[in-house]
Design a protein around this ligand. Sequence first.
Ligand code: CMC
Length: 372
Amino acid sequence: MSEPPYSPGLAGVIAGETTIGCVDQGKLLYRGYTIQDLAETVCFEEVAHLLLFESLPNAGELETVKQSLANYRPLPVPLISALRAIPNDVPMMDVLRSMVSFTSHFDPIEGHDEAANRQRALWLTAQIGGIIAARYRLLNGQEPLSPKDGLSHAAQILYQCHGEIPDALSEELIDLSLVLYAEHDFNASTFTGRVICSTLSDIVSGVTGAIGALKGPLHGGANEAAMEMLARFKSAEEASSWITQALANKEKVMGFGHRVYKQGDHRAVILEEKLRKLAAQKGEETWMAIYDAIKKPMTEEKKIYPNVDYPCGLTYFLLGLPLDLYTPLFVASRVTGWSAHILEQARNNRIYRPLSIYKGPKARPVPPISER
Ligand code: CMC
């Protein structure tokens, strides 16, 4: 009997059907809208509505989403106490994973039908922004801040971190990154969430598991890893000689490559355009020269293109955000995509249970302990 087909990393394997997002001929679509159009015209809250409620909101619906987020933002008091108990050297992604699970013990939503889970997704979105900011402030020896009425989700996260209403450019760029990060089809973290919930487990468990999957540097952790790499260099020359050596040693360069995009990630192109303007405005041309010194041989010689995490790392850095916040900000956005997938999985569920090719010993007797 021939062995069933096997594809390492499930490359090329179709693992489900979705109406939420896809990469169509190299273009990322959220429910049929191109990421380019969305990036130019809508804010994160509109994307959250699109993903969770399946349509772009009208003005009234957008107001309702904003109001729900505002209502769901305050963190439970015991959660702040738990945050205080976590040692300072615990990475923010680990804190976020634990605290998302913790906050579920104070879940204000009743029921587990689709409508309740949509609200639960908004509640998780609101809580995650607050958890990131509260941890950030505690690490800086400051008390967590209550949310401020009337701010966008992007501005709210920055406000609750820094205690100041952010400037328009910072708000615009964080909002853009949230729009770009919100959804990406059956990627590793989304698939993790779907697998967890395919057992009829709950949405918080799915999101908690997805955070664990996103944290790795081959996935969402790449925005931090890419910036860590850039920060090693003081000049474009230093970056050039490093990348020549790295390519010769066949090293992985963080922020480049993608399983689905082989001709480049459109999200990276959109964000890079804004990054160049930001760097020029801040007089940070050296950083762009370092950025380009790595990018040039990767794209021209290796034909491996930047993914969204490459420009995102430097964008967050030039906005003055600490490294530890980069992947959590990815979570702050992707929680909407994960939740949409978990809702979709529940509608037409079949438990995920793939096969493996067994390469271990054939059936054999258990030897008595004296003979082992
Ligand atoms: N640097 C150097 N070589 C690379 C890179 C890279 N970043 N990415 C792929 N390659 C090479 C790889 O070594 C392999 O070469 P060869 O055929 O000679 O062995 C070839 O390109 C195919 O790569 P692969 O690892 O089989 O590709 P994959 O589809 O399994 O992995 C990936 C995709 C994103 C994990 C990988 O490109 C990678 O590790 N990139 C760096 C981490 C990163 O930036 N991740 C963010 C992904 S996008 C946004 C997100 O999810 O956060």
